[in-house]
Design a protein around this ligand. Structure first.
Ligand code: NDP
Length: 499
């Protein structure tokens, strides 16, 4: 944050692998949050007055600085989340790619364009343009502390808004790194960061920002929405998920097993679009399960430079993971890899559960650990039905040679990867977001740019209307002509012309 008053208190940021303190950060008070938002409003006026080209230039400068220092950024992420350095690099690289896309495409997506005005209003020239909302409050999670908030920050900035970002209490250093490099690159604090706990996030919700982009759990998303309702502050909610992977009888099983394991265990399973359930056609179930099992036994979570799976970042999540595994086993499920003993003090080993009842927590609730349930289905209709039987609807994956696109369309989720896993998140032109308890609104792509704007409609009269309708001087003849015209245009119930 850019105000000069000393913060009342500070808090520590810890390395989850060891518990070592890696940083101290201010607990910003509501007054300090308000000061940041007030400052952002001044910056927003300057930023929105720039042309698309000028904003793009600034954002490209920031992108360049981030790219040149990406190893430093990855190190901060590694220290605060415990995730392997390579995974942190991948995450940062994807975030940079999204920033570049948003900066380059903002003008094309948002600039004023002419739209057809229709026969009744043929004397009007009609335009739509997308104007920045002003100041966007971004509240981010810790699991992908760069990629996830940058999906809002990058797109909101490219659309002409200023941003005040509240990172998770587990990853404040990452947030500060982003704001610092932005300031060094652009020279003005159009992006600021405020740090602290839930109260700081709540203060951002009630600070009069023009929109809140929240990413986090469904439960906190509800609190954010309730706080924002008081002032009719709009929200984007990117919440949790319980994503399924479907394996059809004609699927490439090797690739499907590889995707299931990586989707379930990458980032220690702490991925909103992570694979938490797998539904496999009965014809290939045994073969798939033995492939998945063999692969899962080769991966271990530990603290080491070459580790592929890091620790559980948030200690209290260990209880949730253990509870889900215990519940699954108590209700007749079997752990073919891992199990209760896989849950350690900081690390959780890959766990593959089978024969788990569909109404158990391990199938219905977000586990957020390196665990996955695998179930046999008689056909892909049953796979789709079971996939859709949750309150979440974030992402999904389909492995099928012949029916990938068809099955993808039938799954009720915001995103689906076909014969790949979580690939949709890395395509900048695709919208990212969910349905149901996974939230609403979209980041990424043209929809993600528009999310941080309002549509402005302009109708400009080109010549006097043949039928003067919007006047008290409207005549009876004009009413009759209108009736004839509307009958001619729409009376037959078929489309005469499209405009
Ligand atoms: P939380 O919901 O615990 O926290 C998210 C953010 O909200 C944090 O910055 C948190 O601050 C803040 N916060 C907490 N209480 C309040 C409040 N009352 N008002 C305003 N802000 C508040 O989520 P996690 O950080 O644990 O993240 C994991 C969750 O995020 C998972 O459910 C995951 O699925 C989801 N997620 C969703 C994604 C998506 O795009 N759909 C992407 C990535 C994650 P603090 O940390 O200081 O408490």
């Amino acid at each position: 944050m850019t105000t000069t008053e000393a913060p009342a208190t500070t808090f520590e940021s810890l390395d989850p692998r060891t518990g070592d303190v890696v940083g101290h950060h201010p607990v910003n008070s509501p007054e300090e949050v308000q000061a940041a938002v007030d400052r952002a409003r001044e910056e927003a006026a300057w930023w929105r007055a720039l042309s698309f080209d000028e904003r793009e230039k600034h954002l490209q400068t920031w992108k360049g600085a981030m790219t040149r220092r990406v190893a430093q950024l990855a190190q901060v992420m590694h220290e605060e989340t415990g995730k392997p350095h390579g995974d942190a690099m991948l995450e940062a690289a994807l975030a940079i790619d999204h920033l570049a896309w948003a900066a380059t495409h903002a003008e094309k997506v948002l600039k004023r364009r002419k739209v057809p005005s229709g026969l009744l209003m043929a004397n009007q020239a009609a335009y739509v343009e997308y104007q920045p909302l002003g100041v966007i409050g971004v509240i981010g999670p810790w699991n992908y502390p760069v990629f996830t908030p940058m999906g809002s920050i990058g797109y909101a900035l490219a659309a002409g808004n200023a941003v005040v970002f509240k990172p998770s209490e587990y990853t404040p250093g990452v947030g500060e790194w982003l704001a610092r490099t932005f300031l060094e690159s652009v020279g003005r604090p159009v992006l600021q960061v405020v740090t602290g706990f839930g109260e700081t996030g709540h203060a951002l919700c009630t600070s009069g920002v023009d929109k809140i982009a929240f990413t986090g759990s469904t439960a906190t998303g509800k609190k954010v929405m309730a706080a924002c309702a008081e002032s009719l502050t709009p929200v984007v909610i990117e919440a949790g998920g319980k994503d399924a992977l479907l394996v059809d009888s004609d699927a490439d099983l090797e690739a499907a097993a590889d995707a299931a394991l990586w989707g379930a265990c990458a980032n220690a399973g702490q991925t909103c679009t992570g694979v938490e359930r797998v539904y496999v056609h009965e014809r290939v179930y045994d073969e798939f399960l033995s492939m998945l099992t063999a692969k899962a036994r080769e991966v271990t979570a530990y603290d080491g430079a070459d580790s592929k799976i890091g620790p559980i970042t948030m200690p209290r999540q260990l209880e949730v993971i253990k509870r889900h595994i215990d519940d699954a086993l108590a209700r007749g499920g079997r752990a073919v890899v891992g199990g209760t003993e896989a849950v350690g003090e900081r690390f959780v080993q890959p766990t593959v559960l089978v024969d788990v009842p569909e109404d158990s927590e391990a199938v219905q609730e977000e586990t957020f650990g390196p665990t996955v349930t695998v179930a046999k289905v008689k056909d892909m209709d049953e796979a789709v039905e079971r996939t859709n039987a949750t309150r979440y609807g974030l992402g999904s994956t389909v492995f099928s040679k012949a029916r990938g696109m068809e099955l993808a369309s039938r799954i009720r989720s915001g995103m689906t990867a076909v014969n790949g896993v979580i690939t949709f998140a890395a395509v900048p032109s695709l919208p990212f977001g969910g349905v149901g308890d996974s939230g609403f609104g979209r980041i990424h792509g043209p929809d993600g740019l528009k999310e941080f704007t309002f549509a402005k409609a302009i109708a400009r009269q080109r010549f006097k209307p043949l039928l003067a309708l919007t006047t008290f001087a409207r005549t009876e003849k004009a009413d009759q002509q209108l009736a004839s015209m509307i009958t001619m245009l729409h009376g037959r119930g078929t489309t005469i012309r499209k405009s």
